[in-house]
Design a protein around this ligand. Structure first.
Ligand SMILES: [Zn+2]
Length: 345
């Protein structure tokens, strides 16, 4: 069992309420770094001194927040209204268990039993506004004693492994956090390493914007989880990335064209070390890379991601070999990157 992934995915951290996952990460890395602080927005910023003569300041980023729900009010019957925090598909919500607020009050996203649905209702999607979280309260007053508007609700999913496969919640982006924790445990790099575990990525790359500004890196590598759309389709669409076929290297998404020099370095390193990799189909999505790349005077940046099925739902799936290959490829690429590679001709 990969204890690191278990601990990280089972801890809570809906955007802006990352306290629990942040303290866990700090415990996990504190012996492997030289200095750390938490900035005004809640980003955990760690410094690890280099051992070589390299002038590079390398930022490695992994956002630690996850998508979830925010309580927006309580109805007369004691059930709770909610809104999505980040991109959550309403189809994946009904019947799921959540934990609300700092006291982790358990609730169920209520679903009307199929016996009580007419044929129209069976075929239609229930909107988030029409759903309620049921905490078993008998009245509005009773519910209000336990929860309040603004409380965050996060999914409750036990981490499990079978063979190379792992399932759990919030692999986006605890899998990136786990990779960054692993990199910090390795021997120091020739350059000064800044590790940022950032907040509020899922609501608009907000933490990374200020973390990149304050740390002023010369280059950046962003560790992420990317949706794998690799199951059989009605139309024969080629998968964007597949589980088990290696780390996914971004080239372009909605917010960036990834730095071609770093992309070339990543693919060259993977090929020479015989680490499998897949180029993520360009288009769609977005990561902290776009916020970091356009910070200050600009930062050459690229994204390396673990393919993940069922991203942004209460339970997602990865192939553990992809995760180990992300760590291996990030490590090998970082040890050989230098300033000359980043000069334009
Ligand atoms: Zn993400």
């Amino acid at each position: 069992m990969n204890e690191l992934l278990k601990q990280l995915t089972e801890s809570q951290g809906v955007s802006s309420h990352e306290n629990e996952v942040r303290s866990l990460i700090l415990d996990l890395i504190v012996d492997d770094i030289d200095d750390w602080h938490v900035d005004a927005m809640g980003n955990l910023i760690a410094q690890k001194k280099g051992v070589g003569k390299s002038d590079l300041r390398v930022l490695i980023d992994a956002h630690m927040d996850e998508v979830g729900l925010m309580i927006s009010g309580v109805d007369r019957d004691g059930t709770c209204k909610f809104m999505a925090v980040g991109g959550v598909n309403p189809r994946s919500l009904l019947g799921k268990v959540v934990q609300i607020g700092p006291k982790k009050i358990t609730g169920v996203i209520g679903a009307r039993p199929i016996h009580l649905l007419d044929s129209n209702q069976r075929g239609s999607v229930v909107k988030t506004e029409s759903m309620r979280i049921d905490i078993g309260a008998k009245s509005k007053e009773e519910a209000n004693r336990k929860i309040k508007p603004g409380d965050m609700a996060s999914f409750v999913t036990k981490y499990e492994e079978f063979g190379n496969i792992a399932i759990g919640k919030a692999f986006d982006n605890r899998v990136g956090c786990a990779a960054l924790v692993e990199l910090l445990k390795l021997d120091p790099y020739p350059f000064h390493l800044v590790a940022t575990f950032t907040v509020q990525e899922e609501v608009g790359l907000r933490g990374a914007k200020v973390a990149a500004y304050s740390t002023n890196p010369s280059i950046a590598l962003i560790l992420e989880s990317t949706p794998a759309y690799d199951l059989p389709n009605k139309r024969d669409e080629s998968p964007n990335v597949s589980l088990g076929k290696g780390p996914s290297i971004y080239v372009m998404d909605r917010g960036t064209i990834q730095d071609p020099r770093i992309v070339a370095h990543l693919t060259k390193t993977a090929t020479s070390r015989e680490i499998p990799f897949q180029i993520r189909q360009p288009g769609g999505g977005g990561t902290n890379t776009s916020a970091i790349q356009q910070t200050g005077a600009g930062v050459p940046a690229a994204t390396l991601a673990t393919p993940t099925r069922y991203i942004h739902t209460p339970v997602s799936m990865i192939d553990l070999t992809d995760f180990y290959h992300v760590v291996a490829l990030a490590d090998a690429s970082l040890r050989t990157i230098n300033l000359e590679q980043l000069q334009y001709d």
